[in-house]
Design a protein around this ligand. Structure first.
Ligand code: GLC
Ligand code: CA
Length: 547
């Protein structure tokens, strides 16, 4: 039985929209809010309960909206506040809540606070940001590097000090030690909550407690104090879902963020499972081969650690990550099967699943061949730095095609029309050339589509408490080709078993996995019982539930 602690967002599926690339209503090549409204019926039929909207606020778009110049205005290319209110109302009418992307580790350098702050050392908003004197003898105050490459400090000529920016120089870090800054943020959050939004996704929230003088960026000493204060001052007491982005999170940290008595967040995004293949030195730009055993080890660690307290978020992709089917599946020979397999193993885990736009139709990475085709500021910066460090251009492009952020940012593929039906104009970034075959219209017309499979999984989660609350147990942990687990709640058991590779595999099945009843999900023929042995086809995944 779902416990008394059960929350509505535990059985809901979240869908992430990257507004710039979702649907363009006016032909300017940029997705917008009216475009999103026009696709709400589609999202309703998918069955999702929440939309996480990547930033739609006023912004010079140095980092596609993750550089906000006014937290209480909508970027004109995306629409107006009226459009936004309409989106909230129309989504709500379809049982869908909106999560806003709260980017409060930094603002844009065009935010009025920063414009004031840099005007003079005595300026009213000076202390909203992090300023330091040059090192003795000149130069940057510390060796801290920006996540987008280069020093994390930029010198401000007029006032003779450096300001901190953990991302681009146009994204100055806010100073959370300043109570006046915190009060402004909470006020702004309450303003949005009063407009009827459901909750927040919190951008790089693990960075707000930084202590730069001690070289601490993530997981700083006052991090949890700030989040608890935010909770008290804003969404605490409501049933608003909140999810913090925390690249630094360990399972132990996740319990601090999402433990039931902590008064902090609903859950965090952790990234251990997606960074498994990153190179020690070159990071994501030089991917290592896929290792299923290592991936399972990470997933198991998180599932077990948050079994009794805290809550997991479940995802393969987002706007910063490559396309799931290209990364963990096979987007050539087994695109449909492997996309369904990945969806199956993810959606039966314990946690709240997130679907990134286009994942539900099996969209793939994009095969760009020239740096001119890329748009992402991180990719463009890293291109420069890697070439300067002696990496061959072709290696960098290969890395960017494997893991770069633009893979997820090409236009949503709605139909076989030019540019996938995303725009009647010229899209801000090229559409994937496979949009003529892989698109929503074709998926809707096909019972065997990836989309049909996602609809089923999203619906099942709302029907089956065992899928939401069941105890997780992994099996065949050392098997290099198969992922297998059970979920158990009262007398109900679900067994999930999947082949992660393009060749068939046979295996002996442990007793706990031998479940008979009915097929819950299948990407080949339905299977209603798992016996002592299984034979799995390439990328086959089956989920069987006891009666
Ligand atoms: C988060 C966002 C990413 C952005 C960065 C800086 O990681 O997901 O897109 O570039 O924060 O705001
Ligand atoms: Ca537009």
């Amino acid at each position: 039985m779902p416990s008394a602690q059960s929350k509505w967002w535990q059985s809901a599926t979240v869908y992430q929209i990257y507004p710039r690339s979702f649907a363009d209503s006016n032909g300017d090549g940029v997705g917008d809010i009216p475009g999103i409204i026009s696709r709400l019926d589609y999202l309703q039929t998918l069955g999702i309960g929440v939309i996480w909207l990547s930033p739609i606020f006023a912004s010079p778009m140095d980092d596609n909206g993750y550089d906000i110049s006014d937290y209480q205005a909508i970027a004109p290319e995306f629409g107006t506040l009226d459009d936004f209110d309409q989106l909230v109302a129309e989504a709500r009418a379809r049982g869908i809540g909106i999560l806003l992307d709260l980017v409060v580790n930094h603002t844009s350098d065009e935010h009025r606070w920063f414009i004031d702050a840099r005007s003079a050392r005595e300026a009213a908003y000076r202390d909203f940001y992090v300023w330091r004197d040059p090192a003795p003898g000149g130069g940057v105050p510390t060796g801290l590097q920006s996540i987008f490459g280069g020093p994390a400090w930029t010198f401000d000529e007029r006032t003779g000090q450096y300001y901190l920016h953990q991302f681009s120089r146009r994204q100055p870090d806010l100073n959370w030690e300043n109570p006046a800054l915190r009060a402004e943020i909470y006020q702004m959050m309450n303003w949005w909550l009063a407009r009827g939004i459901a909750g927040f996704r919190m951008d790089v929230i693990d960075l707000i407690g930084k202590d730069v003088d001690r070289g601490v960026t993530a997981n700083g000493p006052r991090l949890h104090e700030y989040i608890q204060e935010m909770h008290r001052e804003t969404f605490g007491g409501s049933d608003a879902p909140t999810v913090g982005e925390a690249w630094s999170a360990t399972p132990e940290a996740a319990l601090l963020y999402s433990g039931r008595d902590r008064g902090e967040l609903s859950m965090v995004f952790q990234f251990e499972h997606v960074t498994q293949q990153w190179h020690e030195t070159w990071g994501k730009w030089q991917p290592k081969p896929f290792d299923l055993v290592a991936l399972k080890r990470v997933i198991n660690r998180w599932q077990y650690a948050l079994a009794d307290d805290g809550w997991n978020s479940l995802f393969w992709g987002n706007h910063d990550l490559p396309r799931a089917v290209s990364k963990y599946g096979d987007d050539k020979g087994f695109r449909v099967q492997s996309a369904k397999m990945l969806a199956t193993v993810l959606h039966f885990l314990r946690g709240t699943p997130y679907v990134y736009q286009g994942e539900e139709i099996g969209m793939t990475n994009v095969p760009f061949t020239s740096i001119e085709q890329f748009r992402d500021i991180e990719t463009l910066n890293m291109h420069r730095l890697h070439l300067a460090a002696g990496l061959p251009e072709s290696d960098f492009i290969a890395g960017a095609n494997a893991n770069g952020r633009d893979n997820a940012r090409t236009p949503m593929q709605w139909s076989a029309a030019p540019h996938g039906g995303f725009t009647t104009g010229t899209p801000w970034i090229e559409a994937n050339p496979n949009c003529a075959e892989i698109n929503v219209e074709a998926s809707l017309a096909d019972d065997g589509s990836v989309l049909a499979h996602y609809r089923r999984l999203v619906a099942l989660r709302k029907e089956l408490p065992v899928m939401v609350h069941g105890r997780y147990q992994s099996h065949l942990d050392g098997h290099p080709q198969i992922m297998a687990y059970t979920r158990t709640l009262g007398g109900q058991r679900v067994a999930v078993i999947a082949n992660f590779f393009g060749r068939p595999v046979a295996a002996d099945v442990p007793e706990e996995m031998q479940v008979a009843g009915k097929s819950l999900a299948a990407n080949y023929s339905p299977v209603s019982a798992i016996g002592k042995q299984v034979l799995l086809q390439p990328f086959e995944a089956i989920a069987v539930g006891s009666q």
